[in-house]
Write a protein that binds this ligand. Structure first.
Ligand SMILES: Nc1ncnc2c1ncn2[C@@H]1O[C@H](COP(=O)(O)OP(=O)(O)O)[C@@H](O)[C@H]1O
Ligand SMILES: [Mg+2]
Length: 1012
């Protein structure tokens, strides 16, 4: 174990308890060596000593947080996270409220330590939206409070000028619920004055550097701190501190905490008022009575202030420059001198600011407070101003050092005195360790009858002339022989010349060193009075926030009782704090400042040695070494660890102490590790305790496994039994169901068999009564009947006789389809025959001619389609009627087939002449129309062929045989207006005469053929 090894590293032990030899020198050397190695944390038992490195170290990463989370305190390197983890676990697991006390001089690293503790706890406790919000609010209270309550001092650039105690509240699971912040005595004198090299509170510089132009205009401020009297008009920027960025962070933080924009504005307005008050200049004037009075030198600033807080400037001016005094029943207004006026102005600024700070803390508390009624555990973190020794120490230092004195007292009481007393009380063998008890110093300051604070209060209340001189005189009388009190007078009495002790001063030997206090201002600061005129003026302002800060300004609530003094208020709050801390389990972080110059990694041995001395670290180590790290009453101890012993688990019948002894002897720890007191068991080293805890954890694991085992066994068994029962029921039902089904099936089958058997028997009996072939006959009968019905239906439904109509009713049954088709054909043929029979011979011949024409010309000559409509008349000349044609008629005799007028084309010149054409059964005759005399008579056998064109003309070339008489003249070229009929009849006639077909040429050209 590497860390454990470093704990035991002889050069630089991690736990000073292990130091050998133990001397102041070795202790100092160890701290120095560790510091050199950047190990800034060292233990004395469970107390952490932290030496400020003044530079960032890489030991606060999330990985480190994980490393220390749930770690074994002594198994890892000393770290502030280890103590934070220990405290948090003790709170969560052992249900003990914790407090973390961080002490040390100013600049030793207390505030940083408190932030580290808070951030560690925030990082390790559980996550969730609600929890994260609470954590964020708690963490973000820091930047806000630091802006308003921290300032640069000579010791520390970010010195807390107020004391802060924060109670973080957790629920039983260790999740943060919220918190409460208490603040102690803000150093308000800083508002109006600070020494050179220091600064006023951060917020002023942040506001001026980071506020937008618009914001500054709204607040009536000017950029740059040189414009403001309270900021000392000096250059203010700090290396390493970005005021503007801090201002933005602060604003973001306020938003996270839950400040409304209106609240933020009001807060900044009041802050601006404080700043501007410093610029209100007064000038002196003289009244008629000759008394000095003061007035506002330059009213602009005052007017702006009044605009901001919505107040009549006259009221404020009067409140600043004069004072009402009540003398019996009269009120008299007295003018103030210039210095009194300035005093008034500063008092007002300080009061406004400190009350504003209180308001701020309260406002944060309302956001982070826990709703009442929840059970909670508390972890308190105390970060209070450290011990301060300056050149000139005033009332503030006195109060601050008193507080540190009280904290030291707690430490002494809890770690040194209480512990040793307990050993004696418990009857443990013990050699007392000497240590310095600072109780006597606390007593000197806080004794309620004759302590310094009581004397100061008395002085403040005393009527008559009060000033600090009478106060010091009184102290000198009272503490003339006190070991821790010195003044010029007491020294004189002892005949010691001490030049470092001027008049009006006293010196106290604090545990951490001698401090000389100058009493100037003690009474005034203790009184902390604000003239009623001022508070009433503030109350009169119509600025809600400012007004609420001065409730005593309400004229209705004038009280004559003096408010408690600052000193007694502080004493009371410190007493409450101490009581609170005593009730919790303390965890100490003791911060040491290694040098006075804030230099990184510089270790000044003398300075550290002084701190080692006054912090009582040597005594701490000695008591720790001789003593016991852990003690607990027997009963809870036994309760917690009884599972580790065979005899004590699960129940121990005897007394708690015997039980503890039996248990521990069984565990075989070395005897020097243990001591048995009257009521408590003591364990010397934390190691043993950790061992015990570790064994307990393991044992608890085992027991948990055992319980789980038993429980799982029981659960499985019952589950099995239940399943078995269900299974039996299910299978019973299933079998029943299957049997029923089977039975039904068998019954059905039996009935079927019976039915067949019975049927068979009956059929056998009645067979002889049946006729064979009955079914065929029935079927035939039915067929016949269907055919009959079909035929009768057909007769009624015969289609019309028209030859063109080819319709026929469909067959009603498929088997009749063939017959039906046959009938349809027969009927159609019969219809055609009937039609033909009724035709006359003429009509028949005509149709035959038409048919012949169709065969010859259809689709071959265009003229054909025109001829369709024209009936073939044959005789177009009227030979019988016209006597002129008597001769021709005679030529034709009874054998005339066709007669008409044609045009003969003369082949020589193409001229046409009309000719009468007559076609008889034997001849073709051409005649002159005038004379009606045959000109050309051709025997049909002379005709070799005929040519026509494809077109719709009536041109016809008659080719004649060359052997014939007419043929010698060549072919005849005719134009007929009945060409189709003529050629058809010629063909028919030729067929009839010679039974030879006419040679017909249908051509594209005229005159083809021979001689054409
Ligand atoms: N653990 C640390 N690591 C690095 N720097 C530190 C540490 N603690 C303190 N410091 C430095 O010391 C300065 C003073 O610390 P602070 O906590 O403000 O002192 P205190 O509150 O005791 O007056 C811090 O501003 C920081 O620069
Ligand atoms: Mg601080």
């Amino acid at each position: 174990m590497e860390a454990a090894a470093t704990l035991l590293d002889a050069e630089a032990v991690g736990d000073l308890v292990l130091l050998d030899p133990l001397t102041e020198e070795s202790l100092l050397r160890t701290l120095q060596e560790r510091f050199r190695r950047s190990d800034i944390y060292t233990y004395i038992g469970d107390v952490v000593i932290s030496v400020n490195p003044y530079r960032p170290l890489p030991i606060y990463t999330p990985e480190k947080v994980q490393e220390y989370h749930n770690c074994n305190f002594f198994a890892v390197k000393p770290h502030i996270y280890a103590i934070a983890d220990d405290a948090y676990r003790s709170l969560r697991d052992r249900d003990r409220d914790q407090c973390i006390l961080i002490t040390g001089e100013s600049g030793a690293g207390k505030t940083e330590a408190s932030k580290l503790v808070m951030s560690y706890v925030a990082a390790v406790c559980s996550k969730g939206e609600e929890v994260d919000k609470v954590k964020e609010q708690l963490l973000q209270s820091n930047p806000v409070l630091e802006a308003f309550g921290n300032a640069k001092t000579i010791r520390n650039d970010n010195s807390s000028r107020f004391g802060k105690y924060m109670d973080v509240e957790f629920d039983f699971k260790g999740e943060p619920l919220g918190g409460v912040i208490s603040n102690y005595l803000l150093e308000k004198s800083r508002i109006v004055r600070h020494t050179k090299g220091e600064r006023n509170f951060h917020i002023f510089y942040q506001l001026l550097a980071g506020g937008s132009a618009q914001l500054l205009q709204q607040l009536k401020l000017r950029q740059g701190s040189q414009h403001y009297g309270y900021l000392n008009r000096e250059s203010s920027s700090l290396p390493g501190m970005d005021d503007a960025a801090n201002f933005r962070d602060m604003q973001d933080a306020m938003a996270v905490i839950g400040f409304s924009p209106a609240e933020v504005t009001a807060l900044l307005e009041v802050t601006a008022v404080v700043l501007k008050l410093g610029n209100v200049e007064l000038s002196s004037c003289y009244q008629a009575s000759g008394m000095e009075a003061c007035s506002i030198a330059e009213p602009r600033e005052l007017h702006e202030i009044c605009e901001l807080i919505k107040l009549d400037p006259g009221t404020l001016e009067q409140a600043l420059c004069s004072r009402t005094v009540k003398a019996r029943d009269e009120t008299v207004l007295t003018a103030l001198s210039v210095s009194q006026g300035y005093y008034c102005r500063d008092a007002l600024a300080k009061n406004i600011y400190s009350r504003l700070f209180d308001w701020l803390v309260n406002r944060i508390n309302t956001s982070i407070q826990v709703k009442p009624g929840k059970q909670r555990k508390v972890m308190g973190v105390l970060d209070i101003y450290g011990f301060e020794i300056f050149q000139d120490n005033g009332f503030e230092q006195f109060i601050i050092n008193y507080c540190n004195e009280k904290l030291q007292q707690i430490f002494i009481l809890m770690t040194l005195k209480e512990e040793q007393e307990e050993y004696i009380r418990e009857g443990i063998q013990w050699t007392p360790v000497e240590f310095f008890d600072n109780g006597i110093i606390c007593e000197l300051i806080e004794n309620s009858k004759c302590g310094i604070l009581a004397m100061l209060d008395e002085e403040c209340l005393r009527p008559g002339v009060v000033n600090e001189d009478t106060f010091v005189t009184k102290l000198n009388q009272l503490f003339a022989t006190h070991k821790h009190y010195e003044s010029k007078e007491t020294q004189n009495a002892k005949h010691v010349t001490d030049l470092s002790l001027p008049q009006r001063c006293f010196r106290i030997h604090h545990y951490a060193g001698k401090v000389t206090y100058n009493v100037t201002g003690f009474i005034e600061k203790n009184n902390d009075l604000l003239f009623r005129d001022l508070s009433q003026a503030m109350w009169a302002a119509r600025h809600t926030l400012l007004r609420s800060l001065f409730p005593e300004g309400d004229p209705q609530k004038v009280s004559l009782k003096l408010p408690p003094t600052a000193g007694s208020q502080f004493k009371t709050s410190v007493a409450t704090l101490m009581k609170n801390l005593y009730s919790k389990n303390p965890n100490y972080i003791r911060c040491i400042k290694p040098n006075d110059t804030k230099t990184a990694m510089l270790f000044t041995p003398e300075l550290v040695l002084a701190q080692i001395r006054y912090l009582g670290l040597m005594e701490n180590v000695r008591v720790r070494r001789a003593g016991y790290a852990f003690r607990q009453l027997y009963s809870p101890f036994l309760q917690r660890y009884k599972m580790l012993g065979t005899k004590t688990w699960p129940r121990w019948a005897g007394g708690d102490r015997e039980g503890t002894e039996v248990l521990l002897s069984e565990l075989k720890f070395p005897p020097e590790e243990l001591a048995y007191g009257y009521t408590k068991i003591f364990i010397r080293s934390p190691r043993t305790l950790f061992d015990l805890e570790k064994r307990r954890q393991e044992r608890i694991g085992e027991l948990a496994t055992l319980i789980q085992k038993m429980f799982r066994g029981w659960r499985c068994r019952t589950q099995y039994q239940l399943m078995r029962k269900s299974q039996i029921i299910i299978s019973a039902w299933f079998r029943g169901h299957a049997q029923k089904n089977k039975y039904k099936q068998m019954k059905r089958s039996a009935l079927l068999l019976q039915a067949y058997a019975r049927g068979w028997k009956v059929r056998r009996t009645y067979r002889r009564y049946f006729r064979s072939g009955a079914s065929t006959r029935l079927a035939n009968f039915i067929y016949r009947r269907l055919v009959q019905k079909f035929l009768v239906g057909l007769r009624k439904n015969l289609p019309p006789m028209s030859v063109q109509d080819r319709t026929w009713p469909p067959a009603p049954y498929k088997f009749l389809a063939g017959a039906n088709q046959e009938l349809k054909n027969i009927f159609y043929h019969w219809k055609c025959k009937k039609y033909r029979d009724q035709l006359t011979p003429q009509r028949k011949a005509l149709l035959q001619a038409k048919l012949c024409a169709s065969e010859l010309f259809k689709d071959k000559k265009t003229l054909y389609s025109k001829s369709l409509q024209q009936p073939f008349q044959g005789e177009y000349l009227g030979l019988t009627q016209n006597p002129k044609y008597q001769k021709l008629h005679a030529v034709a005799k009874d054998k005339l087939v066709m007669a008409e007028t044609v045009m003969k084309v003369n082949r020589a010149n193409g001229k046409t002449v009309p000719r009468l054409l007559l076609l008889t059964a034997e001849h073709l005759v051409l005649a002159d129309p005038k004379a009606a005399q045959p000109k050309t008579v051709l025997s049909l056998s002379d005709i070799r062929g005929v040519s026509v064109t494809r077109f719709s003309d009536g041109l016809l070339a008659l080719h004649l045989k060359e052997t014939s008489a007419a043929g010698t003249k060549g072919d005849l070229l005719l134009v007929s207006s009945h060409l189709i009929e003529l050629v058809t009849r010629l063909h028919q006639t030729l067929m009839a005469a010679t039974s030879q077909a006419l040679a017909l040429h249908i051509t594209d050209q005229y005159g083809r053929g021979r001689g054409g």
